[in-house]
Design a protein around this ligand. Structure first.
Ligand code: ADP
Length: 417
């Protein structure tokens, strides 16, 4: 720890008021900090360091309101490490209060994004509030202050500690007005929305109503314009691949054909990439739908070419999805001479622990969201474009459709030979 006298000489003691929020107790109190040093007015603003440093403080807390005997607490605080306990107010500068929420389908990496928003927000001297259950929580107007410790140990977990929800009411003007009133009541300045296509449409609508919003691209469907890969898709792809690899083993042993249905809604990205990386014999996606008869022919010709297994990867959004394919192959079993075993991965794909790519992507995008807000920007989605973090206007995000790279489709066909 550095010497407080040294701090004073360097003009570090520019904090003169703290809000103390002992976590886990449910109470939050303000306290004046009696610093043995010069007041703000004594300091030359040019000398003020950008970063708070270690300092030893003696706090005289008025704890009577909390039912705790008046007392004197002496301890050492580190403004960064203890930022969950302490909030600082800078004289002459309004502190920003930002909210962060996760919405729509959960995606591995959402927690890493929340963590990055919270910690980079605190670093900028802001108060960060978490809103539970997406837009539904926003409309209900319930928020919780989040500190650096509140997001500790979550980077490796899938899902979202804030919970997510689908909230049809938010699609209505009336529903969104409820959220606007709640945001004003909670005195929140801005909202960071971590979510997919639908959620970012909600972000756009909210931003148009005068609430500054920054979106963070997060969905395993990878159907969001403004980010090449979205948070979660890489982990979901790896889960699909693990399943395909295992099915291949059993398919080879029994010379059977298997169909694997993966998620992705109307976007075939996940299925196409799983098909290529998993070495599938056929891929069925909404953007390019072979008829079941063609799929059956592809599987038969793979068998005739000496392949010991046959895997079809189907996107859930395809017209000929797992159910339709299963029905066709069941009805045509005698004519085709073989049957197709169906595996639907469903939500198994969502729940995985985020892999390195998603953790890093989420961290970068979460940090970029607060950077955008710091620069006074809003009404944008932060994503990864051409390998670089970039912000795209939400107006473009909601009006444009992400197109599938047709080269990959051709490649999948060639490699299946
Ligand atoms: P995702 O964000 O994963 O695509 P959804 O499409 O289910 O998930 O959308 C999540 C939430 O976003 C919805 O439950 C709703 O609250 C909000 N939302 C979706 N579409 C709109 C819209 N057109 N206008 C306003 N809010 C919307």
């Amino acid at each position: 720890m550095e010497d407080p006298i040294e701090h004073r000489r360097r003009g570090v003691l520019w904090l003169n008021r703290w809000e103390v929020r002992p976590r886990d107790t449910g109470w939050a109190i303000s306290a004046s900090v009696h610093l043995d040093g010069p007041k703000d007015a004594d300091l030359n603003p040019a000398q003020r360091p950008r970063e708070p440093c270690w300092m030893s403080l003696i706090l005289q807390l008025d704890l009577v309101k909390c039912g705790i005997p008046r007392g004197r607490i002496t301890r050492t605080f580190h403004p960064k490490r203890d930022s969950g306990l302490l909030r600082c107010r800078r004289k002459g500068k309004q502190m920003k209060r930002i909210a962060v929420l996760t919405s729509g389908g959960d995606a591995p990496g959402m927690n890493a994004a929340i963590r990055a928003v919270v910690r980079t927000g605190i670093e900028k001297g802001w108060e960060v509030h978490g809103i539970r259950h997406g837009f539904a929580g926003l409309m209900a107007g319930v928020s919780q202050s989040m500190g650096a410790r509140d997001v500790g140990g979550i980077i490796q977990h899938g899902g979202t500690i804030l919970g997510s929800a689908r909230c049809p009411e938010f699609k209505t003007e009336e529903g969104r007005l409820k959220a606007v009133h709640a945001i004003r009541r909670l005195q929140l300045d801005t909202v960071v929305v971590i979510g997919g296509n639908g959620s970012q449409t909600g972000s756009y609508e909210l931003d148009k109503m005068g609430i500054p919003v920054v979106g963070v691209a997060s969905t395993i469907d990878n159907d969001l314009y403004g980010s090449d890969p979205t948070i979660g898709v890489d982990t979901a792809l790896n889960i699909a691949l693990e399943a395909i690899d295992r099915l291949k083993v059993t398919a080879s042993s029994h010379e059977r054909a298997f169909l694997v249905e993966v998620m992705g809604r109307d976007c075939g990205y996940l299925a196409l990439m799983a098909g290529i990386a998993g070495g599938a014999e056929a891929v069925v996606i909404p953007e390019a739908e072979p008829e079941p008869e063609k799929v059956a022919n592809d599987l038969r010709s793979a068998y005739e070419r000496g392949k010991g297994h046959a895997i079809v990867v189907v996107s859930e959004g395809a017209k000929n999805n797992a159910e339709a394919m299963a029905t066709f192959f069941r009805e045509q079993k005698d004519r085709l001479g073989f049957e197709l075993r169906v595996t639907r991965l469903g939500h198994v794909q969502r729940g995985g622990a985020p892999q390195s790519f998603d953790r890093l992507l989420a961290t970068r995008l979460g940090a970029e969201a607060t950077r955008q807000l710091e620069q006074g920007k809003h009404g944008v989605l932060v994503g990864l474009l051409g390998g670089k973090v970039a912000a795209t206007p939400l107006a473009d995000v909601v009006s444009r459709k992400k197109s599938l790279d047709r080269d990959f489709l051709e490649l999948a066909g060639i490699l299946a030979k």
